[in-house]
Write a protein that binds this ligand. Structure first.
Ligand SMILES: CC(C)(COP(=O)(O)OP(=O)(O)OC[C@H]1O[C@@H](n2cnc3c(N)ncnc32)[C@H](O)[C@@H]1OP(=O)(O)O)[C@@H](O)C(=O)NCCC(=O)NCCS
Length: 126
């Protein structure tokens, strides 16, 4: 959660561990992974519209992605997954390298980013 100087919430994100059905996962995610594939679910991420387009969402997303890397040092966390709220939000996630979980359904809103690709993503986000 990010709050302003008056403690009013400006943005928040929620995460939980999840498992992805290995048989339905893209090859790059499933290869050598247990079933289900351990991942970090980004349940919600939202920014107060008064603070839109000043980088708050990106900063919060970067924090969540860095958390996945940190988790992966202690227990397997193969990817971060998110269900984009809308098609607009999907394009926003794609900026960070998120890709559709079902490769044959490129328009779907269930997305993933491999934890192994996060360091490169974080460098681009700075
Ligand atoms: C999506 C959301 C989190 C973005 O938050 P934000 O703080 O405004 O985003 P940032 O300021 O970090 O990023 C804005 C940048 O993304 C770009 N952007 C915004 N929407 C975009 C989209 N749909 N596709 C591509 N780029 C987009 C902006 O042009 C801006 O680019 P710039 O950095 O080159 O100027 C916010 O609009 C929101 O809370 N939406 C409602 C909830 C939601 O959709 N959550 C995500 C889905 S779970």
């Amino acid at each position: 959660m990010i709050a302003d100087a008056d403690d009013v919430v400006v943005a928040y994100a929620s995460v939980a561990m999840t498992g992805i059905d290995r048989s339905a996962a893209p090859e790059v995610l499933a290869k050598g992974a247990p079933d289900p594939v351990p991942a970090l679910l980004l349940g919600r991420l939202a920014v107060d519209h008064r603070y839109a387009n000043v980088g708050v969402g990106t900063a919060l997303a970067a924090h969540v992605l860095a958390t996945a890397v940190e988790l992966n040092h202690k227990a397997a966390c193969r990817a971060v997954v998110v269900t984009a709220l809308t098609e607009h939000a999907r394009t926003w996630w794609e900026r960070f390298g998120f890709r559709p979980l079902a490769p044959n359904e490129p328009d779907q809103l269930d997305l993933y980013l491999l934890t192994s690709g996060i360091d490169a993503t974080l460098r681009r986000m700075r």
